[in-house]
Design a protein around this ligand. Structure first.
Ligand SMILES: *Cc1c(COP(=O)(O)O)cnc(C)c1O
Length: 228
């Protein structure tokens, strides 16, 4: 059974348990990243469910849609200082203006058209977001991300535009061993000269930590199942 099927309704308790599990996985890992940050993924949950995590002192959150983040986060940010919000889902170029305004980092840079749009908007707004390039490690046709073979060239091009690319991100295919994908992402990051690795979700974050994850993106294990 997946651990995500046994979630307590107590968000603060789940958060504490996940933070402890991250620490335990880091202790067990032979070569963990110097730091592994928890991006608590709040998509599909409303403010009342997010609040206990904020009250417990957590400040780093992830959303996968611009429109949803825009509804929930401005009010929460007014109540809680120091929130950092990361966009972890696909970004359309017509949402770039709102995304640059709302988010502190984007994990889903995956095409040059988007790179150019982000560059223009960040210059206009005078904001510089941290960016991760999403890599389609499973080369799945329906999934976003640059092909593994294109990652080095793409990161170089984005860097030449002046974008602040700090790492790579992946979402392994559903029914494959995630370790192979995390190992590939780490290898590619090395080839790109990047140190940050956004990888690992509720069911596989311990494995991701073993392979050097600097950012794990965990939703269900903290906030429970999402309404569909
Ligand atoms: C929803 C989502 C997550 C979190 O997934 P859980 O299985 O709920 O932990 C992580 N990354 C991305 C890109 C997501 O869309």
């Amino acid at each position: 059974m997946s651990p995500a099927q046994n979630i307590s309704p107590d968000v603060a308790a789940n958060l504490a348990a996940i933070i402890a599990a991250i620490e335990a996985a880091r202790k067990k890992a032979v070569a963990p990243a110097p730091e592994t940050r928890l991006v608590a993924v709040t998509k599909g949950h409303d403010a009342s469910r997010i609040m206990p995590a904020l009250e417990a002192g957590h400040r780093l959150f992830g959303e996968n849609r611009v429109q949803e983040a825009k509804v929930k986060w401005p009010a929460l940010r007014e109540k809680f200082a120091g929130v950092q919000l990361h966009l972890i889902g696909p970004l359309q170029t017509n949402k770039v203006r709102e995304a640059v305004e709302l988010f502190d980092a984007i994990h889903s840079l995956d095409r040059l058209k988007l790179a150019h749009a982000l560059k223009d908007e960040m210059e206009r707004a005078g904001r510089k977001l941290d960016l991760f390039v999403q890599v389609n490690t499973g080369e799945e046709p329906q999934k976003a991300g640059v092909a593994p073979g294109d990652a080095v060239a793409f990161v170089k091009e984005a860097g030449a535009l002046g974008l602040n690319v700090i790492g790579l991100m992946c979402i392994p295919p559903l029914n494959e061993e995630p370790a192979l994908h995390f190992a590939l992402l780490k290898k590619l990051a090395g080839e790109c000269g990047l140190t940050q690795l956004s990888m690992g979700m509720s069911d596989d974050f311990e494995t991701a930590i073993k392979f050097g994850a600097t950012h794990v993106r965990i939703g269900t294990a903290i906030f429970g199942p999402r309404a569909r």
